[in-house]
Design a protein around this ligand. Structure first.
Ligand SMILES: C[S@@+](CC[C@H](N)C(=O)[O-])C[C@H]1O[C@@H](n2cnc3c(N)ncnc32)[C@H](O)[C@@H]1O
Length: 376
């Protein structure tokens, strides 16, 4: 745990989940800049409500929670747990921050809105549409990110949806965007979720704004779909890190007796998977679980776990989540159960899988991707 020193006080912060070797810090210079700017504006009286969007581990929300009513909106289940953990570390009750997922429209009034600018322009576009109706009546709107993540295209979105958006000077390589609400703009409504047709598999796939590969099928996923297990019968199948659920959908289509569970830490991913499942299989039962990998899933309860692991956490490249997914898959698989994984060739998942499962084999490969199979 480290201390973030900001005008609101000293805040103890840890990443979530906690990992000894985690190279990430629970806040960045953009968080500090947003909190200083909010404080220096002198615009917030004690107890006034603030909306905080995309707070990573609760750094902004926890810093404000002692004096303001805070609503934290995020697409990340892990960010919500991180915020609760950090509230507790600072002796604050969990109800000091109201948690809202990314699918809900925040209901004002708010006196200020703080936005950590997301990496995805699609998510930013959707969130600006959600924020705009909250901004009439002179609400203070501050957005921030590390300078290298604020591009021309980022500012164009602010200007199209909110109004003129000057930027601040850079401080510690962070920058703020200071959008001014223009009531005369008519930006329409969010274009998300969007759908595309996967003609060769005969499915229409819909994606919320924050979902992996939301405009088209990812080429790694495409390769995975060509090598999914067949004839597994009445098996319990887990689509871990399901994104829009395409992997689990095709596994179910090829194995009509199977029971499916979709798991992801992104609320938009889970809801996309749910929409796509309903479109394909109507009322057939399936489970959709927000979780960190499979941490809430019972041991020895699945026959097949399918994984296309993420190798980014926010802007950092990491193999940490993939390894946790493999360990959880091992734990939840029944004896003889299979974990099937697609990965970029250069990521070398084979080493990790051998360490966890004892052995693993290559099912298929092409110049870019490898599909591994490891048995419990
Ligand atoms: C590479 S995408 C794969 C999506 C989909 N399965 C596909 O193949 O198109 C990885 C997914 O893992 C999810 N994810 C990231 N960290 C996670 C975690 N700790 N627990 C569960 N899911 C996670 C991401 O939200 C993302 O949807």
């Amino acid at each position: 745990m480290e201390i973030m020193a900001v005008p609101q006080g000293n805040v103890a912060l840890a990443c979530y989940p906690l990992h000894k070797k985690d190279p990430l810090r629970a806040w960045d210079a953009a968080d500090e800049y947003l909190l200083r700017q909010l404080h220096d504006s002198g615009r917030l009286a004690e107890g006034e409500p603030v909306l905080v969007v995309n707070d990573r581990f609760g750094a902004l929300s926890v810093a404000l929670a002692a004096r303001q009513q805070v609503v934290m909106q995020t697409d990340s289940w892990l960010a919500q747990r991180g915020c609760l953990h950090n509230l507790q570390c600072n002796g604050l009750a969990p109800d000091r921050v109201t948690l809202l997922d990314s699918l809900a429209q925040p209901e004002g009034p708010f006196c200020a809105v703080l936005l950590k600018i997301p990496k995805s322009l699609a998510l930013l576009e959707h969130q600006l549409h959600q924020i705009r109706p909250l901004l009439a009546d002179d609400v203070l709107f501050l957005a921030g990110a590390m300078t290298k993540h604020i591009h021309r295209s980022t500012l164009q979105l602010f200007e199209r949806i909110i109004g003129p958006s000057p930027t601040s000077l850079a401080v510690k390589k962070a920058r703020l965007v200071l959008p001014q609400f223009d009531a005369s703009l008519m930006p329409g409504v969010s274009p998300w979720p969007r759908c595309f047709m996967l003609d060769d598999v005969g499915l229409r796939i819909c994606n919320h704004a924050g979902v992996f590969s939301r405009e088209r099928l990812d080429i790694g996923t495409r390769f995975f779909l060509d090598h999914l297990p067949q004839r597994v019968g009445a098996a319990d199948i887990v689509d871990l890190g399901c994104g829009n659920g395409i992997v689990g959908l095709l596994a179910r289509r090829d194995n009509p007796d199977a029971r499916l569970l979709f798991s992801d830490e992104s609320f938009m991913a889970l809801d996309s998977a749910r929409m796509n499942w309903q479109a394909a299989f109507a009322d057939a039962p399936a489970e959709f679980v927000a979780d960190d990998c499979l941490s809430s899933h019972p041991a020895r309860s699945a026959d097949l776990v399918l994984i296309n692991p993420p190798f980014h956490q926010q802007h950092a490249i990491t193999s940490g989540i993939a390894k946790r997914m493999f360990r959880d898959a091992y734990r939840v698989l029944r004896s003889g159960g299979e974990c099937r994984i697609v990965g970029n060739r250069h990521l070398g998942y084979q080493r990790d899988l051998k360490r966890i499962f004892g052995s693993c084999e290559v099912v298929a490969s092409n110049p870019k991707f490898v599909i591994h199979r490891a048995l419990r």
